[in-house]
Design a protein. Structure first.
Length: 84
């Protein structure tokens, strides 16, 4: 004997699929003129940072951290702490 008066169980509600996050867009390199004698002002080993002409700095153009006028405070402090 089948009892038709019992309520049917409902399936649990489906969760919405998580939204996919878009990959961060890379900034396009700036258009700038090539400077053959460019200097590394921030001491990161690259000249013309963020441009299409970004390249490693020649050893002679790297500004040392002792040059207070040209090197940033953050770079000088980081090197000081690394000496430890």
């Amino acid at each position: 004997m089948v009892d038709n008066n019992t309520p049917k169980k409902k399936a649990p509600a489906k969760k919405a699929a998580p939204k996919k996050k878009a990959a961060p867009k890379k900034a396009a390199p700036k258009k700038a003129a090539l400077k053959p004698d460019a200097k590394d002002g921030d001491g990161d080993g690259l000249v013309q940072d963020g441009t299409v002409h970004e390249r490693p700095a020649p050893k002679s153009n790297v500004i040392r951290t002792n040059d207070v006028k040209k090197a940033s405070l953050r770079t000088r402090m980081a090197k000081w702490f690394k000496r430890g």
